[in-house]
Design a protein. Structure first.
Length: 338
């Protein structure tokens, strides 16, 4: 790791303050997966997380993560549990290096889409094995809810939420067009029937949206067409033990903490399948309650980039390798030493 990045990570950790309530830990959603992810974490002391997931799924998902092929890893049924595994592995290493469990490291947790499941596992609400099985089912159910080619998603870059809602409303006669993600100022994602999404792209350009592009996804996530997947998740979640999280968890559909009991958590996870991910509002809720910095644990740094756009006062950092976790831990422990 380059020295400049080392200094940045330690500076971010220090800027987050000594009080855990000034920190949030968050986990990414689908799209951050890449072959090789997690291999170094497994070799640095987090191997048990990968073994737990492999055992839960009855297959070597870890081998697919480490070696590919990329086409298999990109499948929703594999990408979702794989991303959760890396996020939890990074957390376990951070807990080990700081000697502090997550409830002592942060005041709140959250996750983008499937990352909310990772956050629940991180907060001790759902066992890792159950989380892996739920995400395998979630990936399969979301893929199967809409025949391939009939749905689509698109990013409206430079469009604010109200503009995107206006566009979605105007194309509704062509089919479902819902807001799937309110990610950051000027970054909104729409989802629905392919014909409606294609018309929405044309309308967006007419309205002066800076860039409107179709996304390379296999299904229209977070829209009403996902109702069959929501029903399957409701059945699966009914049979899973869910405990109160060890620290507040900001839910995607609420942009506020979910009530800490099983029925509320189940309901929000089912709603999440068909409803909008309110990430911009979630980050604003956290910063408005005293969070000074957000740590993204898992592959990539997509959320970290969004956080800087949402609130420039936030210290934002990401970690998915042992070196990055070590530097983050050093910054935290240095800041917290008396």
């Amino acid at each position: 790791m380059k020295r400049g990045h080392d200094d940045h990570v330690m500076r971010v950790a220090a800027d987050m303050g000594a009080d855990r309530h000034q920190r949030a830990i968050v986990f990414p959603g689908q799209g951050s997966q890449a072959v090789g992810m997690g291999r170094e974490l497994a070799g640095a002391g987090a191997g048990d997380v990968f073994r737990q997931v492999d055992d839960a799924l009855g297959e070597h998902l870890s081998r697919l993560m480490f070696e590919g092929p990329v086409e298999e890893l990109m499948l929703t049924r594999n990408a979702q549990p794989a991303l959760m595994t890396v996020g939890i592995a990074a957390l376990r290493l951070l807990e080990t290096r700081t000697g502090t469990p997550i409830a002592g490291l942060a005041g709140v947790v959250a996750g983008h889409s499937l990352g909310e499941y990772t956050a629940l596992a991180a907060a001790g609400s759902i066992d890792i094995a159950d989380t892996a099985r739920l995400l395998r089912l979630r990936g399969e159910a979301m893929q199967e809810a809409v025949p391939v080619g009939e749905g689509a998603m698109a990013a409206l870059l430079g469009a604010e939420l109200e503009t995107a809602r206006d566009i979605a409303g105007q194309v509704s006669e062509r089919g479902v067009c819902n807001i799937a993600n309110d990610n950051a100022p000027g970054q909104v994602v729409i989802s629905g029937a392919r014909g409606a999404i294609e018309l929405a792209l044309d309308l967006a350009r007419d309205k002066g949206v800076r860039r409107a592009i179709m996304l390379p996804v296999s299904a229209p996530f977070h829209c009403s067409l996902m109702q069959p997947a929501a029903e399957r998740m409701a059945e699966a979640l009914a049979g899973i033990t869910i405990r109160p999280p060890e620290l507040p968890l900001v839910a995607n559909v609420l942009a506020a903490p979910v009530e800490p009991h099983a029925d509320a958590i189940r309901a929000r996870l089912v709603e999440q399948v068909t409803q909008m991910v309110r990430w911009r509002e979630s980050v604003l809720w956290m910063s408005g309650r005293g969070v000074a910095g957000i740590i993204e644990l898992g592959p990539g740094n997509v959320l970290t980039g969004l956080h800087r756009r949402i609130d420039r006062s936030l210290a934002a950092s990401s970690a998915a390798t042992p070196d990055a976790v070590e530097e983050l831990a050093a910054g935290i422990t240095t800041r917290e030493d008396p």
